[in-house]
Design a protein around this ligand. Structure first.
Ligand code: BGC
Length: 328
């Protein structure tokens, strides 16, 4: 008898437990559905979309141009853009900012994918949580990003190689300064550059070092390259502050027989081109990248279909056309 009563009590308890569990699951489901429909209604009602742009380095002039483009788009399309970045380049910091952006449930994220291995999973996480991501400047082709906006970096590297070969008559030992060892865009640029240089038997890349996109590092690394290679006659920089860092290094080391080439149009680089200290630079379009990234996110929220790769053009600036660029 005692046993039967126990069994009956256990059955009652089990049934009660199952009932509570089912109600709980149903409630959770209801809440999730409610949140989802709230989000959709808010979007449908035309709430001002809030986008986050995560840059590589807060005060880098190249990224400030991207910011300006994004702000122009924000004004044009009546959306909000928040510009955030580490004070100094750091993949880990960028990842933390990305996590925060996901947690704060923004309507879209624009980010540079500095390291494909690390960024692809977090981009996918955002996309799975219904936050579209546009990669800018450096792509993450293996991720589920909505689009990439930026330079076709392999082609830009080839362009740099062609200018270098032409302006040095295809002869000389070359030192290369790349912005970062892990960045896909820098690797593509370097590979494009190398593919052209290798066609010239009298040219050879004798050293590759990284500036970590810092001008000071570019000076220090440039000096050590110059010490190591007394016959080096060509130096190229692959990120925005490298050419100017290299120029400082050659000045400090009194090596005025080195031809310098670079990337981007920061003011000091243009000035040095017009004074004849830097031979040429490959100019990207950071302002347009910023503008387009926001435009694309907005179009995506409106449900418009779009292509994935949006390449912005590059142009070669030398002493012959530097003033044109400055007045543009
Ligand atoms: C590169 C960016 C980089 C910037 C740094 C540019 O040339 O495209 O990836 O952040 O230089 O100065």
């Amino acid at each position: 008898m005692g046993n039967k009563r126990w069994t009956a009590s256990l059955i009652v308890l089990f049934v009660l437990f199952m009932y509570v569990l089912i109600r709980f699951a149903a409630n959770t489901n209801n809440i999730e559905n409610a949140v989802e429909s709230l989000k959709t209604t808010q979007k449908a009602k035309g709430k001002t979309a809030h986008f986050i742009l995560i840059a590589q380095e807060l005060d880098n002039p190249y990224w400030r141009s991207i910011e300006q483009g994004a702000r122009k788009a924000a004004h044009t399309y009546n959306v909000q853009v928040e510009y955030i970045a580490p004070l100094q380049t750091s993949v880990e910091e960028q990842m933390k900012l990305f996590e925060k952006a996901i947690v704060s449930k923004v309507d879209g994220i624009v980010v540079q994918s500095l390291d494909e291995q690390m960024f692809a999973p977090i981009i996918n996480k955002a996309v799975n949580e219904n936050i579209p991501v546009v990669t800018i400047d450096t792509d993450s082709p293996k991720s589920e990003r909505v689009a990439y906006v930026g330079t076709d970096n392999y082609t830009a590297g080839e362009k740099l190689g062609e200018v270098v070969a032409e302006m040095t008559r295809g002869e000389g030992e070359i030192g290369v300064m790349i912005g970062s060892e892990t960045s896909t865009s820098q690797r593509l640029r370097f590979n494009g550059f190398l593919s052209v240089i290798q066609k010239h038997p009298q040219m050879k890349v004798v050293e590759v070092m990284s500036s970590n996109i810092s001008q000071i590092q570019a000076v220090l690394q440039g000096e050590s390259m110059l010490k190591k290679h007394p016959d080096m006659s060509i130096m190229v920089g692959m990120s925005a502050l490298d050419a100017i860092g290299i120029l400082n290094a050659t000045t400090n080391m009194r090596r005025n027989n080195v031809q310098i080439f670079g990337f981007d149009d920061v003011e000091e680089t243009l000035q040095a081109i017009s004074n004849g200290y830097i031979q040429a630079t490959i100019v990207q379009k950071p302002f347009d990248m910023g503008f387009q990234s926001i435009k694309i996110l907005r179009q995506h929220l409106q449900g418009k279909a779009m292509k994935v790769e949006h390449f912005t053009p590059t142009e070669v600036i030398t002493k012959n056309n530097v003033h044109l660029e400055e007045t543009n």
